[in-house]
Write a protein of this length. Structure first.
Length: 534
């Protein structure tokens, strides 16, 4: 029932907790708890035993519902579970939690008599620890809304007070109750395991290559000596970026998900100079992101990892196939959200969003409307139903302020959506689609879109979706595309899709790998997690 590794002598601690510490009588306990809760209601600081409570409002509700009777003290329903709770707190460090935030040391000191027992301090600190652990395991330590306005996935619902009430009423194993709140996806567990491996590894003395101008083949610099020591190992090296170094730089870049161009700039240095601490920080940030996601993972769904530039189709819990994708540029970032793909459009029109029409297309129209007309662009005035070729309009006096047109692109080889688009209705106008710009898929970091997700193999995804509908004609998509006609195919079984952002993640082989934080989302999350530590 309890996990191995009882290394903090919790059994002895329980004896100290309830035998070696002078406690009040049960009636006095009720009175002290009531007094503390009423003090909170009156505006008193939520501090007891020298510790600030994490969840004072929830704690107060818990004890009001219990008529202020103890939970953990002698005679309480969970008096034998205190050791298990402390063990669970200790073990949560493996998930990136700071055990001291959950009062671990002060509870030990109070129990051992090394600090003033402060009446019902142990009781209230244990309850607060359970509530905070439940909430943080179940929905994350920090709020994504406070950090990233583009993380738009609703947080899981966690009723910590109800969990504690159920544990008390049924005398449940506290460790099992809390452990059930961790994300259950095997990728989460792989991150936990990789974190443990890194944390247990010996400190390595690595060579740090300081920032500076771009390093390129044929260049001479003292920093190149450090670069060689970092990649080739200790030795005597010349300061020349020579042919011996180039393959190692490219191999490192490729393994790190960077463009293997041999040019050592900020992106390469960011990955090159990573340390054991920074790897753990990155894993902790991504464990937190997993805790923000819904706990119920569909057996069959699509997941796009923005930071990895990869789409995976999951069928019956296994990866059916994966493909490269292109995501939004750093100033037009693809948001994180969940939806369902409800239909797909073959040979689509591209209805140009207003922001793109005014920011990107208007300058091109003013410069050479005929060239844009050759690419199939049409426009109509607001209120009209008639589209005309864009070179039939005088764009010289049109500005973003007076832009009164709807702009679209006809189906065809130049259409920005390619030949297929997959619709997942959402307020961000983000969807999956084909693209005529196939050459961009050869790049390692693919942040080239205006927020939508471009697919390397859109026809494969379309055929897979239709096969799930019972469509056995594998040539259906190809034959419909060949007509050149715009057709909409509605799915009888809309498929869930999760668009996520993981900079540390598991490959299909099970190996955990890292990618550069192209959107700069890691740093504020890591800082916020550190601020939560006492």
């Amino acid at each position: 029932m309890h996990k191995p590794g009882f290394n903090r002598a919790f059994a002895i601690l329980v004896l100290a907790l309830f035998a070696g510490v002078a406690l009040a009588t049960p009636g006095d306990d009720d009175f002290e708890i009531r007094s503390f809760v009423e003090g909170l209601d009156g505006g008193a600081a939520p501090i007891i035993g020298g510790q600030r409570l994490n969840e004072p409002a929830v704690l107060a509700d818990v004890y009001r519902d219990r008529d202020f009777t103890p939970i953990w003290l002698p005679g309480g329903p969970l008096e034998l579970q205190a050791a298990g709770l402390l063990l669970a707190i200790d073990q949560s460090a493996a998930h990136g939690f700071a055990p001291q935030r959950y009062h671990l040391s002060i509870i030990e000191k109070l129990a051992e008599g090394a600090a003033d027992p402060a009446g019902i301090a142990i009781e209230l600190l244990l309850t607060d620890a359970f509530l905070a652990q439940a909430l943080h395991r179940g929905r994350g330590v920090v709020s994504p809304a406070s950090l990233d306005p583009e993380w738009l996935v609703p947080l899981p619902e966690v009723d910590a007070a109800a969990l504690l009430a159920a544990a008390a009423a049924q005398e449940l194993d506290v460790i099992e109750v809390l452990d059930s709140l961790w994300p259950t996806d095997e990728e989460y567990q792989r991150l936990v395991e990789r974190r443990a491996e890194i944390a247990a590894s010996d400190d390595e003395v690595t060579i740090n290559v300081p920032p500076g101008p771009l390093l390129r083949p044929g260049q001479t610099s003292d920093r190149i000596v450090l670069l060689k020591e970092r990649l080739l190992g200790p030795g005597e090296y010349s300061p020349l970026y020579d042919d011996e170094l180039l393959p190692d730089v490219k191999a490192f870049q490729l393994a790190a998900g960077l463009e293997p161009d041999g040019l050592v700039g900020d992106a390469t240095l960011e990955m090159l100079n990573a340390t054991r601490v920074s790897w753990i920080d990155t894993i902790d940030a991504n464990l937190e992101r997993w805790r923000w996601l819904p706990r119920e993972t569909p057996d069959t769904y699509i997941r796009v990892n923005i930071a990895a530039f990869v789409l995976r189709a999951i069928e019956d819990g296994h990866v059916a196939f994966s493909m490269n994708v292109i995501v939004g540029q750093p100033y037009r970032r693809t948001p994180v959200f969940t939806e369902t793909i409800k239909y797909l459009v073959l040979n689509p029109y591209w209805n140009v969003p207003y922001s793109i029409a005014t920011k990107d297309k208007l300058p091109l129209l003013r410069a050479d409307a005929a060239a844009q007309a050759q690419k199939g662009f049409e426009a109509k005035t607001n209120g009209s139903d008639v589209f005309v070729a864009v070179d039939a309009i005088d764009w010289s006096g049109v500005t973003p302020r007076n832009f009164g047109y709807a702009l679209r692109q006809l189906p065809g080889p130049d259409n920005a959506l390619g030949r297929i688009k997959f619709m997942l209705p959402n307020p961000f106008a983000v969807y999956l689609h084909d693209t005529p710009g196939r050459e961009l898929f050869s790049r390692q970091e693919r942040t080239f879109s205006s927020g939508c997700i471009r697919l390397e193999q859109p026809q494969k995804l379309a055929e897979w979706l239709l096969a799930r509908e019972g469509q056995t004609d594998g040539n259906l998509v190809g034959s419909l595309l060949a007509t050149g006609e715009t057709q909409t195919l509605y799915l009888k079984k809309p498929i869930p899709i999760r668009i996520v952002y993981f900079t540390a993640f598991s490959l299909e082989s099970g190996t955990v790998t890292f990618r550069r934080d192209v959107y700069g989302r890691d740093a504020p999350l890591i800082e916020a997690l550190r601020e939560q530590q006492p």
